[in-house]
Design a protein around this ligand. Structure first.
Ligand code: ADE
Length: 224
């Protein structure tokens, strides 16, 4: 998979992809992540990427010209499965969309800033708008990093034990059951007896029951 991210703050996207699973996924060739600075495409002498909004009002708007220039350049080089705009008024990001995106060959992600982006970018270029939650971030970069992380870990071969993505919370609309590791007792806090029993059928049944219980308690909406 190839992911192109368009931003005015490329520094914000350096560390999320340079450690652990995301770094390994790139080293092993499962994904290429390219970050493009929209400012490099500004033809204006001050390298501006935003302007006052028509009709007045507080807050600058990201201009169409430099964004169109990056998008047109990238589109002339390959076909994109989706051109995504990160925005709080987008579709709420859930595991189903994440699974779908993980099947893509090429993704482009535009990070919003200021008051937003000129509407013509959205109507003319964007194929999908994503929100990572009902709150407003300073920009789309952290949201883009969340989407990339959630998608890339689903690419076959990225996780060492492939079944571990399948048993994630949400994959079957259930939250994950509790997990424990050594020691079996810490200051009187014990690991459930069944997990030490070695009876794998019973352990599996216990896990399913706990997953159901946890989902009913915390996210009953998932069971509807
Ligand atoms: N940009 C600002 N806030 C955002 C959010 N909640 N999701 C996606 N992009 C955003």
């Amino acid at each position: 998979m190839r992911i192109d991210i368009l931003t005015v703050l490329p520094q914000l996207l350096e560390s999320p992809f340079s450690a652990s699973i995301m770094q390994r996924a790139q080293d092993k060739g499962h994904v290429e992540i390219h970050v493009h600075n929209i400012r490099d495409y500004s033809t204006n002498k001050h390298k501006n990427v935003d302007d006052y909004q028509y009709g007045g009002g507080a807050g600058m708007v990201m201009s169409i010209e430099p964004i169109a220039a990056v998008i047109e350049k990238l589109k002339s080089e390959r076909n994109y499965d989706e051109i995504i705009y990160m925005t709080p008024d987008g579709e709420l990001f859930e595991q189903a969309a994440c699974n779908q995106l993980s099947l893509s060959e090429n993704l482009m992600i535009l990070c919003g800033h200021y008051k937003g982006v000129d509407e013509r970018v959205r109507t003319h270029y964007i194929t999908k708008e994503i929100s990572i939650g009902s709150y407003v971030l300073s920009g789309g970069e952290l949201a883009a990093a969340v989407v990339v992380d959630a998608v890339v870990r689903l690419i076959p071969g990225v996780l060492n034990d492939e079944t571990s993505a399948l048993t994630d919370s949400f994959q079957d609309n259930l939250l994950s059951p509790p997990v424990y590791t050594r020691p079996p007792e810490f200051n009187g806090l014990k690991v459930p007896e069944i997990l030490l029993s070695g009876d794998f059928a019973k352990i599996e049944a216990w896990r399913e029951e706990e997953a159901m219980k946890r989902t009913q308690e915390r996210r009953p909406d998932l069971l509807k």
